[in-house]
Write a protein that binds this ligand. Sequence first.
Ligand SMILES: Cc1ncc(COP(=O)(O)O)c(C=O)c1O
Length: 356
Amino acid sequence: MNSSTAQKLAIQRTEKSRIDQVDFENLVFGNIFTDHMFECDYKDGGWHNPIIRPYGPLTISPAAKVFHYGQAVFEGMKAFKDDQGKVWLFRPEENYKRINKSCVRLAMPEFPRDVFFEALTTLLKMDKEWVIPGQGNSLYIRPFVIATQAGVGASPSTEYKFMILMSPAQAYYTGDVRVEIAEHFSRSANGGVGAAKAAGNYAAQFYPTNLAKDRGFQQIIWTDASSHEYLEEAGTMNVFFRVNDTLLTAPISDRILDGVTRKSVIALAKQDKIAVEERRVLVSEIVEAAKNGTLKEIFGAGTAAVISPVSAFSYQGQVYELKKPDDSYAAKFKQELMDIQYNRSEDPFGWRFEVC
Ligand SMILES: Cc1ncc(COP(=O)(O)O)c(C=O)c1O
């Protein structure tokens, strides 16, 4: 299915950049987009007409299958500017592989590697000024694929659109996160689409997350759908539990997104000689560890916030508060990851990808 297009990437530049109109001191995450976007269409069994053009609206049939059957997948990645003004990506190959994995699960065609990297690097070079320097600042990159064939027959679309948008993102501190452990709702099930970055996975989380917010919690830690006894992941993050000095995290399965930040944290922990156990983690063992004082930290790992420390969790109506330890693993991994992302330290794993 990975049919390549031999066509050359077309480029239409904007006549006037919008960058002067942007208040970079007060950005709301994901609301402002750079001058250009990438677009490529799938039809008759192949990808055609790759083009970078000024960011702007699309014209799509209201019968397009994406609106009716939710055939849509996406990715989230970031570009960083170092102190010398160079732009870097972090492990982009992982996002490329994952969007194709998501496409396969949603019966959508895979996208050719050469076109993805040419589009991504060309777009970044064109909109380089939009990558704000400074620790924590970045350019959030959103590749996505939607089903564009007009027709409300419940079958896979024969036409698709692959796009890349980019949005400047400021360093932000959301505060420590209070989470609720899921006891009723589920994010994903065995054999389902939890391991894909399918748009519908996120739509399905909004309602239970709103209920948790009404009770004073920002996020839900999802548990397995069949028993609700095992901890899996949070809204847009994988989750780590530090019991004594060992890190526990759920193994990757068809219910869990194989996070790039998660696998990077595991690699750093191994390098730092911190014990990591990728295994099923019982809610009851974490509750027990919170009660007996051996639960030192819980933190989420994901591209948006890198590492988010959890300050409290709720389970069966009981709230367990967590004190920040002096030797926080969350803070240590966040700094180590950012030092690699911003080209401030060695990159022993080869994770940095130089763009321009
Ligand atoms: C459901 C879910 N889990 C985990 C993650 C973290 O993945 P990554 O570290 O690749 O951003 C994300 C964000 O992409 C997500 O949406």
